[in-house]
Ligand binder design. Structure first.
Ligand code: ZN
Length: 362
């Protein structure tokens, strides 16, 4: 088929339909982090003219023993195959796993991958200059081409977690892997033009059905399905990406389980305050809406206002209680919501990393 590279995402949906998150530590989920890395890695390879097969559906098409991934890589007769994981079990730093029988060129490429990741995350390389030679893994044994399992960093190490959460860290990891793999293929690596996920979009970046299935995999409350249904068309009408709306609603409502200062009776999918505003811990400072239709419309309008997709007057007209000129267009990307929509600078990044990218690939 003439494909060059196979890029797998560690863990995901198992053959029996249940979700295997991989390692989980302090709010970070291995599979979801791997999705972010693979997004950036695949984008960089495609930008550089490399034909990539990547796993598009939470690992659908492969099983956790990697046999399915290896089979697909073999079917596509790619020039090399990688699978991206995060480590756990005590330790710090990056290591890249290869089979003892792999080529010297692949070993050199994998050391370059480890060195590149260590540089951008400022973490150590492990074992033999980042290389872990092992015959214990199905993916490495069953692939008929140079292959690697990339263990980016340790989720149970505080230092590694801090590194993972730094600005653009996962994009930079993906780009570092791409740089080493482009060199392996003898291809010129093209750096990114601009980072960040746009809030405004002419078309949704995921299907509504996928959003519902993803929410179920996260054990959402039933009401979260109503929130998705109500907000989806409002987002489209206002010119923003409904997938961004869903990801933000998931963060703000805890997948419809609430449990914070307001409950579902507010029909408030994003913690919007009243025009007067007030203390974060005061329920009365938060806007009550008549139903999810009204609440999600105001949410979408507020988000569209941040993105600059609609005017302040339009946001006010459709019921945004906090439609102020001062926020118009201040956050064209989801990442830029950090420190603006919410005080935490990680706010937008975590929506992209923990929710939006996994949803898009589900
Ligand atoms: Zn793993």
């Amino acid at each position: 088929m003439g494909m060059d590279a196979y890029i797998g995402v560690g863990h995901g949906i198992k053959p029996n339909g249940t979700f295997d998150p991989g390692a989980v530590s302090r709010g970070l989920v291995e599979h979801d982090l791997a999705v972010s890395v693979v997004d950036a890695y695949s984008d960089a390879m495609r930008r550089s003219g490399v034909k990539v097969v990547d796993e598009g559906h939470s690992g659908a098409g492969h099983d956790p023993n990697f046999v399915g991934s290896a089979r697909r890589a073999n079917e596509f007769r790619v020039k090399y195959a990688d699978e991206v994981h995060f480590n756990a079990g005590g330790g710090t730093g990056v290591e890249v796993l290869v089979h003892p029988g792999t080529s010297e060129a692949n070993k050199a490429a994998c050391r370059a991958i480890a060195a590149g990741i260590a540089k951008v995350l400022r973490i150590p390389v492990r074992r033999d200059r980042g290389l872990f030679v092992t015959s214990a893994f199905g993916f490495l044994k069953a692939t008929a081409m140079p292959a690697a399992i990339i263990e980016v960093a340790f989720l149970d190490s505080a230092a590694d977690r801090r590194a993972i959460r730094r600005k653009d860290a996962l994009d930079e990891v993906g780009e570092a892997i791409a740089e080493a793999r482009c060199a392996f293929l003898g291809v010129t690596n093209k750096p990114p033009v601009r980072r960040g996920v746009a809030i405004a979009a002419a078309k949704p970046t995921a299907t509504k059905r996928r959003a519902h299935a993803w929410a179920n995999s996260k054990q959402c409350a039933d009401v979260f399905h109503d929130i998705i249904d109500a907000g989806w068309r409002h987002a489209r009408k206002l010119g923003i990406d409904p997938a961004v709306f869903v990801a933000q609603a998931a963060k703000e409502t805890g997948f419809g389980k609430f449990g914070g200062v307001i409950d579902a009776s507010f029909h408030n999918s994003c913690g919007l305050k009243t025009t007067a505003g007030g203390d974060n811990n005061d329920p009365a400072a938060h806007q009550r809406f008549a139903d999810w239709d009204a609440g999600t419309l105001a949410h979408c309008a507020h988000l569209a206002l941040y993105a600059g997709a609609i005017s302040t007057a339009k946001a006010k007209e459709v019921g945004d209680p906090r439609a102020f000129d001062s926020i118009h267009g201040v956050a064209p990307t989801v990442q830029e919501l950090g420190g603006r929509w919410a005080p935490s600078t990680d706010y937008g990044r975590s929506i992209v990393r923990d929710l939006l990218r996994p949803l898009r690939r589900f």
